[in-house]
Design a protein around this ligand. Structure first.
Ligand code: ADP
Ligand code: MG
Length: 258
């Protein structure tokens, strides 16, 4: 379905201007990051280092920054406007709408309604929520709500999927399941994924490559080429995954001191 777009972030810096003339707050400092079409990149960094800020800039939610963000088409063409799916840390569903109506919101209102409904049902099944279309978000567990959020982001057939600590509010068993489900969906859809987390093990388990950020104002201080050392499918307790995640922790620590 989707082909996956490349992302090129060059020299991106960001300063939040605080109200009332208080000192400005630098959030990102000269961030450079390139993601290949179809690649799964983990962005790892401590709380407050600017991860959400960077995702907001890449996804176009925030246009107040310096530097450049551009996208490359799957065929390599240098200028391309991708469809971008965004999964937030909380599911951010509309509580007064059923699961089905939450998903219906993101589908264009053209074509036959029965076809849209079939698409919604198919996506519910793909994220393991067959039969839950009539439920309201408040009737679902946090993990199930996050599955709806993943379906909502993927239903629009994004070229790029950005995910902001999407599983960090879940218990570890649920998170383990959702990580594997995400990997299955990623390999089916072929979209490019930029996955933000503060969890080194999660980053290494999921990603082809992990970019590590310094404490704020964040910059990218190192990268781990996970794909060169760990194949797929992966095992959560693969010693190579643990070894790389310890390297990621070492990188995080080294930036703490500087
Ligand atoms: P992360 O997602 O890595 O935890 P954020 O991108 O949310 O970090 O925040 C980076 C820095 O910018 C933090 O110091 C945070 O307090 C600050 N910040 C985030 N959003 C705003 C905002 N809207 N206004 C002012 N400061 C902000
Ligand atoms: Mg954040």
């Amino acid at each position: 379905m989707s082909r996956g777009a490349g992302i090129v972030v060059q020299g991106v810096s960001k300063v939040y201007r605080l109200p009332g003339g208080k000192a400005d707050r630098p959030a990102l400092h000269d961030v450079n990051l390139t993601v290949a079409p179809g690649e799964f990149v983990g962005l790892l960094g401590p709380s407050g280092c600017g991860k959400t800020t960077l995702l907001n800039i890449i996804s176009g939610l925030d246009s107040d920054y310096s530097g450049t963000v551009r996208f490359t088409a799957p065929d390599g063409a240098a200028s391309f406007r991708p469809v971008i799916g965004y999964v937030f840390q909380e599911a951010r569903l509309l509580p007064w709408l059923t699961v089905r109506d939450n998903l219906r919101l993101v589908l264009p209102a053209r074509g036959k309604e029965t076809e849209r409904d079939a698409r919604i049902e198919a996506w519910l099944a793909r994220v393991g929520l067959e039969g839950y279309g009539d439920y309201f978000p408040g009737q679902l567990s946090v993990g199930m709500q996050q599955r709806v959020a993943v379906a909502r982001a993927l239903m629009i057939e994004p070229d790029v999927l950005v995910m902001d600590e999407p599983f960090s509010a879940l218990d570890e068993l649920t998170a383990l399941k959702l990580r594997d489900e995400l990997l299955a969906l990623w390999s089916e859809t072929g979209c490019t994924v930029l996955f933000v987390t503060h969890n080194p093990l999660e980053a290494v388990y999921l990603a082809d490559r992990v970019a590590v950020m310094s404490p704020g104002p964040g910059r990218i201080v190192g990268e781990l080429d996970v794909a060169a050392h760990v194949g797929r499918p992966r095992e959560a307790d693969d010693p190579a995954v643990w070894r790389l995640s310890r390297q990621a922790v070492a990188l995080l620590r080294s930036t703490e001191r500087s």
